[in-house]
Ligand binder design. Structure first.
Ligand code: MN
Length: 405
């Protein structure tokens, strides 16, 4: 008789143990890792895919879900708490980069040839890990632009890159048959594991699609998967679940960045592109508006100083900051681009020339943040095409960089 699926907390404890064992004894291991912004979507996608693949693997293979961030950065993601709590999990139960050997020793303690990597919420590895493990990709499930880094034929592992509001939607869609089979075969506490998993999956999907309300991002697959997940929860007698209420709780936790410092807000949802020696671009995304962030810093001058320090610490040529804010007629986006070296300035100007129309960029507050010094260039705009998130803006910036490199 098939064994009942283990609970999510037990699964994560098993995964942690298996990872340490693999490091100690040089054993083969398969990771599922989200992108380096390590947002709710990335973190939950990795846990859900790894869990369902592990529980339904006939050979009993274990997939290790790895959150693409250092352990300390879990603290700046308060939105994890209301989502994970439904599965009796805390953020500290997640596996993070801090569970890996230190970078200087990683290639000997965790030899690339012993590892397989499945990417979720991205489809090309970046940063230090990619230099060591970038050739060990065996699958991906993602909703960003195709980067052709994962082999086309992934055999038994998924290779999905398709437009969707949330990567978690694609993970659930891919695993649905395995999930149904698992629930049917196991007689013990079926509703328990499915209900908990469904709550964890709903968190990022509702956040990424603005409660299925963002028409530009939401697809019919997102809505279908939300219906599927809610059917597990609602089948529970006495369930108090309400979609709006759940969305509001998670969304409020995510907006609650008042207690964070400006550098913490910048690194909370941050992605970096390009290698050392080339034009390195960083894009931070914030859930509050530019004026809130300026007030946080104290003044416009201090705000720019924090940006400059953040960019220098990371060796960036260009730092971009995307914000979301509310204005009279609803939701608005602001876009800031800050270049601190000559090659960055050339690329940033190229982006301005190419994308002002595409993104419908309009001068922000009479250009009061803009800088045109020797070796420093800053522009801040209202981005009137509010439907374009970093998913669309990053490729435009990277194309401008590619044109001048
Ligand atoms: Mn995503």
């Amino acid at each position: 008789m098939p064994r009942p699926p283990v609970s999510l907390p037990s699964f994560l404890a098993q995964a942690k143990h298996a990872l340490h064992d693999a490091i100690r004894n040089r054993l083969p291991i398969t990771f599922v890792i989200g992108n380096e912004s390590a947002d709710l979507d990335s973190l939950c996608s990795a846990v859900i895919l790894a869990y369902l693949r592990s529980q339904s693997s006939p050979a009993g293979s274990l997939y290790i879900p790895l959150s693409n961030l250092p352990r300390a950065d879990l603290d700046i993601r308060p939105e994890l708490i209301p989502v994970l709590s439904h599965a009796n999990l805390q953020p500290s139960d997640l596996l993070t980069l801090s569970d890996l050997p230190p970078l200087r020793a990683i290639a000997s303690k965790l030899p690339p040839e012993n590892t397989r990597w499945i990417l979720v919420d991205h489809n090309a590895m970046r940063g230090e890990l990619s230099k060591i493990y970038g050739k060990r990709l065996v699958g991906c499930v993602d909703h960003h632009a195709e980067e052709n880094a994962v082999p086309k034929d992934c055999g038994d592992e998924p290779r999905i890159v398709k437009k969707c509001g949330s990567c978690t939607t694609l993970v659930v869609e891919y695993c649905k048959d395995a999930w149904n089979k698992l629930a049917k075969e196991s007689h013990e506490d079926v509703d328990g594991f499915s209900r908990e998993l469904a709550q964890v999956a709903l968190g990022p999907i509702l956040i990424d699609t603005s409660n299925l309300g963002n028409k530009a991002e939401t697809t019919s697959t997102d809505s279908d998967v939300v219906d599927y997940l809610e059917s597990w929860i609602k089948s529970q007698p006495g369930s108090k679940y309400g979609r709006d209420a759940y969305y509001n709780i998670v969304s409020e936790a995510k907006q609650d960045i008042g207690g964070l410092s400006l550098p913490d807000i910048l690194r909370k949802d941050y992605k970096q592109y390009g290698e050392e020696g080339s034009i390195v671009l960083g894009i931070a995304s914030a859930v509050r508006g530019m004026q809130f962030l300026i007030d946080k810093a104290g003044s416009k001058e201090k705000f720019v100083e924090v940006l400059e320090e953040f960019a220098k610490e990371r060796g960036l040529s260009i730092l971009s900051l995307m914000t979301k804010t509310t204005v009279q007629d609803g939701f608005a986006r602001e876009l800031l681009v800050w270049s601190i070296d000559e090659k960055g300035i050339v690329a940033a100007r190229k982006f301005e020339a190419d994308s002002t129309e595409t993104l419908d960029l309009k001068e922000w507050e009479k250009g009061s943040l803009d800088i045109d010094d020797k070796g420093r260039w800053l522009r801040c705009w209202w981005q009137e095409r509010v439907e374009n998130s970093r998913k669309q803006v990053a490729p435009l910036m990277r194309a401008a960089i590619g044109d001048v490199e």
